[in-house]
Design a binder for this molecule. Structure first.
Ligand SMILES: Cc1cc2nc3c(=O)[nH]c(=O)nc-3n(C[C@H](O)[C@H](O)[C@H](O)COP(=O)(O)OP(=O)(O)OC[C@H]3O[C@@H](n4cnc5c(N)ncnc54)[C@H](O)[C@@H]3O)c2cc1C
Length: 549
């Protein structure tokens, strides 16, 4: 008797072909179109190369870096402080690859039209493979405008911030060709309320911008604590002030920067987030004394932009997995992506993903053109609008994408659980949802020209009556200032939807823009998969589905 016939329980069928090793740029038609549209066509071969890395080695590294969380050691065996966080080699591979490809530096080191868009496109690909490393990458990228406010410090630090070299060694910056930068604002008594910071700065000698101080206090959240320096806030005689605090002093001794413990987080597991204490830590004043918030906001504006890109990226990866799965999975003898109700869900998810990408890359184009006052005002407003709306949409969208895959979407190897756990953080850090909506009101009421810039951008509806009506409603909503804080979420949502509809209309793919406007401006159900009738959902689903399988 042949026993093998009993060992063979079944043949594996009805599973999609593997996506492993897929170039994430080549399967992403919307990304290709939007990146070209906003001026990054010249960088296509670079973005394409990053797409191959993101879908291949970085995707693999992403799993490893999240399975093997960073480990904190406070002291050595003899009781000396170490304050060391060690990462899995896969995390370092992610960091090294990104930095070497310009994800922290490209638009600053090589400013040209489309450079912010190109860098955002590569960041979009990187975060699909692994989002936790995005935290120190973003902060290093984002510190540049703030650092430039203090020319003496910028001269010393910027060449190393902008270098395409990653050096994770635990040594002083003098020994490194490239450095990474973090940010420490939040204290126990207030994150939104940074003005309540109690950390104090004491001058070592002379006072004022660029001078050395010693800081005493704590920070309740300090992510990526192995960065080489941190932008931080502390009180002086003149109020809250920004400082650059290195992890090592210039004589190579360790600075008085003590890690208390690592946070045990919902997601974002490859990235270490810590609580720290400063016990006389050396730091140099960055920018004007007493103007700490406006100084550090230069950095925060950039990290908020990256939250938009990051959440768009998580949604795209969820959509890629879901649309691929449904294109190959049969239920009841029919491919899922051809069944009407699933088409409704997938098309709705695809619309959400593309609209998020469009608004993110449109922001990238504004950053490429900040010399134009209209673009500067657009970026001031849309940083808050996009950060609110895109980050808010991501968790529910990713949950729905996971459900499209049934049980497979609930299992770690599918990446969906990691995407889902990762998504809420973009909405919370760098100013939570309400804070963004209040910032929208602040920008519109306090900064002359922003409201006009918004309506100039929205235009007259671009030939679409539904968009024209939406814009008219928005105008009257702003004329009514009663209860405006109470209504701030609704107003911000309506700005975001108007802008997304306008971008999609302008891009000229009528199938996509019509479905977006019909569902988002005319009203549909409250969950995904409630698109109205009469739309070409098959074409929308096809546009988002990886081809070549
Ligand atoms: C994983 C992770 C990493 C982080 N890393 C860093 C880091 O590296 N550096 C750093 O400085 N911080 C970091 N943070 C902190 C983060 O930026 C803060 O948690 C965030 O800004 C919110 O501050 P808070 O926690 O003090 O909440 P609070 O300020 O207490 O806010 C609580 C809630 O109230 C809302 N709210 C605030 N004001 C108003 C208002 N006027 N009206 C209505 N609602 C309001 C907020 O939107 C929020 O939802 C990190 C956080 C997380 C989760």
């Amino acid at each position: 008797m042949n026993l093998h016939q009993f060992a063979e329980t079944h043949e594996v069928t009805n599973q999609p072909p593997s996506l492993d090793g897929t170039n994430l740029y080549r399967i992403d038609l919307p990304l290709q179109e939007w990146a070209r549209r906003f001026g990054a066509g010249w960088a296509e071969s670079r973005i394409d190369a990053y797409g191959a890395l993101a879908g291949g080695p970085l995707m693999e590294a992403g799993f490893l870096a999240n399975q093997n969380k960073p480990v904190f050691t406070s002291h050595d065996r003899y009781g000396h402080r170490l304050d060391l966080v060690e990462f899995h080699p896969a995390y370092h591979e992610l960091m090294r690859t990104a930095i070497e490809h310009g994800l922290t530096s490209l638009p600053w080191a090589h400013p040209q039209s489309g450079a912010h868009v190109a860098r955002a496109a590569m960041t979009y690909l990187h975060s699909q493979a692994e989002a936790g490393s995005g935290c120190p990458l973003t902060m290093t990228f984002a510190c540049v405008p703030a650092l430039k406010l203090q020319p003496d410090l910028a001269e010393q630090w910027l060449p190393k911030v902008l270098a395409t070299e990653y050096d994770p060694r635990n040594v002083g910056m003098a020994h490194k060709a490239g450095v990474t930068i973090g940010m420490a604002m939040t204290e126990k008594q207030g994150g939104t309320d940074v003005r309540a910071n109690t950390t104090r700065a004491y001058p070592v000698g002379a006072t004022g911008p660029g001078q050395a101080y010693e800081l005493v206090g704590h920070k309740w959240f300090c992510s990526a604590p192995m960065c080489d320096a941190f932008l931080t806030l502390a009180q002086t005689e003149k109020g809250l002030t920004c400082f650059l605090l290195p992890r090592h002093r210039p004589d190579d001794s360790r600075n008085q920067f003590y890690i208390q413990r690592l946070k045990n987080k919902l997601g974002n597991c490859s990235n270490a987030s810590s609580e720290v204490e400063f016990r006389g830590a050396l730091a140099w004043m960055l920018g004007e004394e007493g103007r700490g918030v406006p100084t550090i906001i230069e950095m925060v504006a950039m990290t908020r932009f990256d939250c938009m890109v990051g959440s768009s990226s998580l949604m795209r990866q969820a959509l890629t997995q879901a649309s691929h799965h449904c294109a190959h999975r049969l239920v009841g003898g029919r491919v899922l992506s051809e069944q009407p109700l699933m088409q409704n869900v997938l098309a709705d998810l695809a619309l959400e993903s593309e609209a998020a990408l469009a608004l993110s890359l449109r922001m990238g184009r504004a950053l490429d053109n900040l010399g134009d006052p209209q673009e500067a005002m657009f970026s001031r407003l849309v940083t808050a609008v996009g950060k609110y709306w895109i980050c808010k949409r991501a968790p529910a969208m990713i949950n729905e994408a996971a459900e499209c895959m049934g049980g497979a979407g609930y299992v770690e190897e599918s990446i969906l659980p990691r995407l889902y756990r990762e998504a809420p953080v973009n909405s919370t850090w760098e100013g939570s949802g309400n804070v963004q909506c209040l910032d929208v009101l602040r920008a519109l009421s306090k900064e002359p020209g922003v409201l006009d810039a918004l309506f100039a951008e929205l235009g007259d509806g671009h030939g679409d009556k539904r968009l024209a009506a939406h814009i008219a409603n928005l105008k009257s909503a702003f004329r009514d200032t009663d209860d405006i804080q109470y209504r701030a979420r609704q107003l911000t949502e309506d700005i975001a939807l108007g802008l997304q509809a306008k971008l999609l209309l302008e891009a000229g793919n009528a199938v996509v823009s019509d479905a977006f406007i019909a569902s988002r401006l005319e009203g549909a159900g409250r969950v995904y998969g409630t698109l109205p009738r009469g739309l070409d959902v098959a074409a929308i689903v096809a546009r988002s589905t990886p081809t070549g399988f």
